[in-house]
Every structure is written in C-alpha cells, then in structure tokens.
Design a protein around this ligand. Sequence first.
Ligand SMILES: [Zn+2]
Length: 297
Amino acid sequence: MPAPGPAGNIARVTIIDAHVHLYPSEANKSPIAWAEARREALWAALCTRKRKDGTPVQGFPSMSELLRDMNAAGIRKAVLLGWYWQHHTTCVEHNNFYASCLKAYPGRFAAFASVHPAAGPAALDEVKRARDLGFSGLGELSPHSQAVPLDDPIWRKILTLAGELKMPVNLHVTDPDSKAYVGRVDTPLNDFLLLAQDFPATNFILAHWGGGLAWAKRALALPNLWFDTAASPLLYGPEVWKKAAPGRVLFGSDYPLALYPKLSARADFTGILREAEAAGAEPAMFADNASQLLGLQ
Ligand SMILES: [Zn+2]
C-alpha cells in the first residue's frame, strides 16, 4: 500500500525529513519553566514566541504525535536535530532523550547531537558518546548563538572530530536580508564559507537554505557544503525549490514550527511537501541526498 501523503513525484519516494526538533516530555509540559530551570533563555525566546495574533509559533508535540504526523504525510524517517543550547548539561540531557527515541524507533528516526565547546574536553567526549549511541551528525549548532568564537580551539577540535567520525554538522543560518524577530541572531554568511574551507573533511549542512548560500556560486564551489530547506515557507517564496543545486539539498521542514500560520497554528509536513512538489522540486532532495550524506538505510 502506498504511503499516504501528497500525490505525485515526491509521494513515490521514501521521504526523509532532515530537520525536525523534538523535546523531552518535561519540556513539552511547561517549556518556559523547563528553560528557566536550565538557564536556556535563548531557546525559550525563540520557541515560545507568539505571533501578532497571539498564536504560538510552534507546538510541543510528543514522540507519538510526531509519528502520527509523519505517517499522515508519508514521511518515512525524521532526522531529530538538537539545539544550540547555551549549556553542556542541556546538550547531554537532550542527547539522552534522542538516544531513547532512536532506541524506541530505530527505523523511523536518526539523530544529531547537541554540543557546547565551553565544556572543553567533555564536549569532545560527548561527540564520541553520541557516535557510539548511533547518532548520525551534530546540530543544529550555532556558534554565533552559542557565543563561541570561530577560532575557539575546542570548537575547531569538534569540527575536526566530526569529519573523522563522518558526522555532518548542521548549522543554523540567518539570511542577512530577513526581517527582525525575537531571538534573531546575525550569522555572517562568510563565516560558513571560511569554516568549509578550513575543514574540508567535514560536511556541513547549512540550515534554512544557508540563508541564501544554497544558490550562491561561491558556496556551491565548496564540495562539503550542503543545505536544508527548514522553515522555507516562512522565509522564501516557492521559487527557491528550483533555485538551488538539487544534488546539495536535503528536505527539512523545521517541524514543529507552524509553517503556514495563516492557514493553521499546527505544524504538519503536508503543506511544505505540496508546495515543493508544485514547484517541481527534484525527488533526490527528499531521500537520496540525505541517505547518502548520513549513511542512512
Ligand atoms: Zn535554525
């Protein structure tokens, strides 16, 4: 029986969503209190934002709600991305939660680990622990949001280790031309080009179409730069699906962000898939690129 979901080209492939966030049940129950107890003010500012009409920018679904939404849209596998936490202890807690998700549904989830260079050697140990637990990569990290200088020696060791362990690193990118929002952090685009040049053995996935780098010649000249499509409907028009080199793009939704807030306050995968398909996006973006880059079955 074919998977339910949008009709057409994309429905016939096994879809992998390479940019999904999920949180432990204590965080879901009371995100603000959970974040306060962990001094994660930046995450709280971004994830508990409300729009002008008072609706929250995102929900806090449980693992079973995520699986239900995946099934409804024909998503075979979700890559659970960590967060650019401000503290090592939160990274470890989130990684432990994702390890339990991988154990519960190995066929449906892959996971990327969170890490903070300020932990020193413990951050490097956390990368190795994540690899041993079956994690596929690191991210979504953001040195700019985590207040880590790009020349921080531990940050650089983490990136070298990620290359050695074949763990791609997903980095949050803000388009310099995007409008202001609460919690917005500037991420100079040139920084990502420098990182890719300095760490040629490490693959980087630049989130949110790399803030426009996905269609910039100077970025596409670097073979270790990849891009995901997270939050695309909130950031760009549907023309972007045909703008980037299709061999470098991984489909990602940024679930549980509500991507079409005027239509629904609830996150789901179907709208963005319909948009991509109507725009004529290449099927490879929806599974093959991710399974090759991440070594997924
Ligand atoms: Zn992001």
